[in-house]
Design a protein around this ligand. Structure first.
Ligand code: SF4
Ligand code: MG
Length: 319
């Protein structure tokens, strides 16, 4: 039996432009300890909102986040702080979150010092260890963020996150701003860290190609809803949902591409005013009358593989 360490976000809403919209709607996401879950969707689909809620940065307006089976909103302050430290977020633009007036050593070592994770006497050795682990030469620790390349800055961000001993990393477009060759290096680093430190990841990306190699499970979101969820292999070999199929069409060098899916047509509708029924119907090549009126349920179509599309009912003879 798997040790259930995950989080659960259900019917979460978040304020957007002073209106409460269901930026995330009816999402029920469980992440097991040691698992890497890839969360994929176009911009505006709610994946960053979900990531921030899961990381404890953004409180949900409704719904529950469970950590180790306990509701994080009701934890005593000391435990809530501990959970927050154990959950670290890595962003697309590390530069924006690195204080330009701080030296790398302090950027990486400040939080562990403040939280008593490391003693002042151990500070230097501790910082060196974090930098080395993130693939940076400790010799550069007296430098400032602007003296590093984009990839190195992301490594500084990773070293800073690891320095507080998290067991769960939420990576939001963590490689999106990097050149492709650097992307691969950083993705490899994430995978090495996973093995070394037993990390759990929620890996958020607009790019299926990025999550392909590192995810155990992939969750596809569109306008605040999960449309498909499956073991990574299944998503790439047997994508069920028309939206997933369209996303796959834009990913180069994968097997599924040979099936010549059409690229996603049209603009993403506003999350403030999502289409009726199946949110994807205005862009779906298979849309039927029913799709405009009726929201498809996310249901299991194979073990561990869930999809929300009326075509599955038709296939099952229940349409
Ligand atoms: Fe397309 Fe209808 Fe399936 Fe939505 S429910 S993905 S519109 S076929
Ligand atoms: Mg985003």
């Amino acid at each position: 039996k798997l040790d259930f360490a995950g989080k659960l976000a259900r019917r979460l809403g978040a304020p957007v432009r002073e209106e409460v919209v269901h930026a995330v709607d009816g999402v029920d996401l469980a992440i097991r300890r040691g698992e890497v879950v890839g969360l994929v969707g176009e911009s505006g689909c709610g994946k960053s909102t979900l990531g921030r809620m899961v990381a404890g940065i953004l409180p949900p307006t409704a719904g529950t986040i469970l950590r180790d089976g306990r509701d994080v909103a009701t934890l005593p302050p000391a435990e809530a702080r501990e959970i927050k430290l154990r959950t670290q977020m890595i962003f697309q633009d590390p530069y924006a979150s690195l204080n330009p007036r701080m030296r790398v050593a302090d950027i990486v070592g400040e939080a562990p010092l403040v939280h008593g994770i490391v003693a002042r006497s151990e500070f230097d050795a501790y910082v060196d260890e974090q930098l080395r682990r993130a693939g940076l030469d400790p010799a550069f620790k007296r430098r400032y963020p602007h003296q590093f390349s984009g990839g190195q800055r992301q490594r500084i961000g990773i070293a800073r996150a690891l320095a507080v001993k998290p067991d769960f990393l939420v990576c939001d477009e963590a490689v999106a701003a990097l050149d492709v060759s650097i992307q691969a290096q950083i993705l490899n680093l994430f995978m090495a860290l996973r093995r070394e430190l037993d990390l759990t990841y929620l890996f958020i990306s607009h790019d299926l190609g990025v999550v392909e190699h590192l995810s155990d499970r992939v969750v596809i979101m569109y306008l605040g809803r999960v449309l498909e969820e499956a073991p990574a292999e299944e998503v790439f070999r047997r994508p069920n949902h028309p939206y997933t199929q369209s996303l796959l069409a834009s990913v180069p060098r994968i097997e599924a591409r040979k099936r010549a899916f059409s690229v996603v047509q049209g603009e993403i509708p506003s999350p403030l005013n999502p289409p009726s029924g199946c949110h994807f119907h205005p862009r779906c090549p298979h849309a039927m009358e029913r799709c405009k009126a009726e929201r498809p349920r996310l249901r299991e179509i194979a073990p561990g593989h869930r999809s929300a599309c009326h075509l599955n009912d038709a296939a099952a003879g229940t349409a």
